[in-house]
Design a protein around this ligand. Structure first.
Ligand code: NAD
Ligand code: ISE
Length: 335
C-alpha cells in the first residue's frame, strides 16, 4: 500500500517534509497540497512531482485521494485541521505545537478519544534523534541512577523580526519541554524565567537570551538557556545528571579540521541540518504506523502537556515568579 498524503501548509517545513516524503521515505507519496498562499502551493505541488492542489484544508481532508494528513501550517491553524482529520477518521501528523492553547489540545484529545483509537502524532522530532534516543535508553535502564538535574541549551543563529519573547517558550523551548518529559518520564509542574541582559544582536522588542527553570513532579530541576540570536550556529545541548553518572547529548559528527594552528569541527547552522536524520526517521515511522493502522510516537497528550508547560512559562516571563503548570489528569486513553 502506498499512503497518499495531503499536506496543509507548504512553507519552510512543509516543503522540507514534502521533499523528504518524495525522496527518502518509503511507502508514501504526496498526493494533494494546499496553502493560503497559492504561489507557495503551486511550487510545492510541482516539487512533489505534480500533486493536486486543494482549495483549503477542509477540502483536502475530505478528499477521497488523501489517506493521511500532514499539518505544517502556522500553529494557530493546527487545531482546526487536526480536528477535521479526526472527524474524517484519517491519521494526522501535526508539526509542533499541536495547538496554541491548552483548551484546543483538550478538544483534540476529546475528539480522538471519542473516535476510539489514536490518529494523531505530534512532530516532536527529537525523540527520533539518535543521541536523544541513546540518552533515553540509558536513563530507562538505570545507567545513571536516579536523574537529579538536567542542563539544556537551545541556541539559534538568528530569528526573523516576527519572533517574540513568548516564542522562546512556545516555539523553541517547547522542544526541550517535550524532550525532558520524555527522557525523565515525568511531568513538569512549574516554570520560572530569569532574564539576563539582552544581546545587542536582537530585534528591539525581544528579550534574548532567557533562562528557564522547570521542576518535575519528582523534583528534578531543569535549567534551559534559550538564546535565539547567538550568531554562531544552531547549537542544542542537553546534559542529564543522575545519582551515579551523567549523560551528555553528543554534538553532530563532523569531520575534524586541523590547520592554521587550530583543530575544530563545523557547527550546524540551522535546525533542518541538525535534525535532518531525525525528521527522516520520524516521518518514516509515521508512514509505517499509518500503513500498520496503529498510531505511534508523541501523542495528543504529549502535545497538550507541552502546550500547558509553555503557557505557564509565558506567564512566568510576565510575573518573574514561579508559576505552577495547570494540567488535567492524564486520561486512561493516553496511559
Ligand atoms: P512558514 O511560515 O514557513 O510556513 C507556514 C505555511 O502555512 C505558510 O506557507 C502559510 O501560508 C501556510 N498556512 C498558514 N495557515 C494556513 C491554513 N489555514 N491553511 C493552509 N496553509 C496555511 O512556517 P514554518 O517554519 O514552515 O512552520 C510551520 C509549523 O511547523 C509551525 O507550527 C512551526 O512551529 C513548525 N516547525 C517545526 C519545526 C521543528 O523543528 N519540528 C521547525 C520549523 C517549524
Ligand atoms: C522552530 O519553529 C523550530 O521548531 C526549531 O526546531 C527551533 O530551533 C526554532 O527555535 C523554532 O523557531
Amino acid at each position: 500500500m502506498t499512503v497518499r498524503i495531503g499536506v496543509i501548509g507548504t512553507g519552510a517545513i512543509g516543503r522540507e517534509h514534502i521533499e523528504r516524503v518524495t525522496r527518502r521515505v518509503s511507502g508514501a507519496r504526496i498526493g494533494v497540497v494546499t496553502d493560503i498562499d497559492a504561489a507557495s502551493a503551486e511550487k510545492a505541488a510541482a516539487e512533489a512531482g505534480g500533486a493536486r492542489i486543494a482549495a483549503d484544508g477542509a477540502e483536502l481532508i475530505g478528499s477521497g485521494d488523501v489517506d493521511a494528513v500532514l499539518v505544517t501550517s502556522w500553529g494557530p491553524s493546527h487545531a482546526e485541521h487536526v480536528l477535521g482529520a479526526i472527524a474524517a477518521g484519517k491519521p494526522v501528523f501535526c508539526e509542533k505545537p499541536l495547538a496554541t492553547t491548552a483548551a484546543d489540545c483538550l478538544a483534540i484529545m476529546a475528539a480522538e478519544e471519542a473516535f476510539g483509537r489514536r490518529l494523531v502524532q505530534v512532530g516532536f522530532m527529537r525523540r527520533y534523534d539518535k543521541g536523544y534516543g541513546e540518552m533515553k535508553r540509558i536513563i530507562d535502564a538505570g545507567g545513571i541512577g536516579r536523574p537529579l538535574m538536567m542542563h539544556c541549551a537551545h541556541r539559534n543563529r538568528a530569528v526573523p523580526p516576527g519572533y517574540t519573547t513568548e516564542m522562546a517558550a512556545q516555539d523553541s523551548g517547547v522542544h526541550e519541554i517535550d524532550a525532558a518529559r520524555w527522557l525523565l518520564s515525568e511531568e513538569i509542574v512549574s516554570a520560572q524565567v530569569v532574564m539576563p541582559r539582552s544581546t545587542s544582536r536582537r530585534h528591539p522588542h525581544l528579550k534574548d537570551p532567557q533562562f528557564i527553570l522547570f521542576e518535575t513532579e519528582g523534583g528534578v530541576r531543569i535549567d534551559l538557556e534559550v538564546f535565539v540570536n547567538c550568531q554562531y550556529g544552531y547549537d542544542i545541548q542537553c546534559e542529564t545528571v543522575g545519582e551515579e553518572g551523567l549523560l551528555r547529548l553528543p554534538d553532530p559528527a563532523h569531520v575534524e579540521l586541523r590547520g592554521s594552528a587550530r583543530v575544530g569541527t563545523a557547527i550546524d547552522q540551522e535546525w533542518d541540518d541538525r535534525f535532518s536524520a531525525a525528521f527522516d526517521t520520524e516521518l518514516q515511522a509515521w508512514v509505517d504506523s499509518v500503513t500498520a493502522g496503529t498510531a505511534t510516537g508523541p501523542t495528543a497528550w504529549d502535545g497538550y502537556a507541552a502546550t500547558a508547560v509553555a503557557a505557564a512559562t509565558v506567564e512566568a516571563q510576565r510575573t518573574g515568579g514561579v508559576v505552577e503548570v495547570e494540567m488535567v489528569e492524564r486520561p486512561a486513553f493516553y496511559a
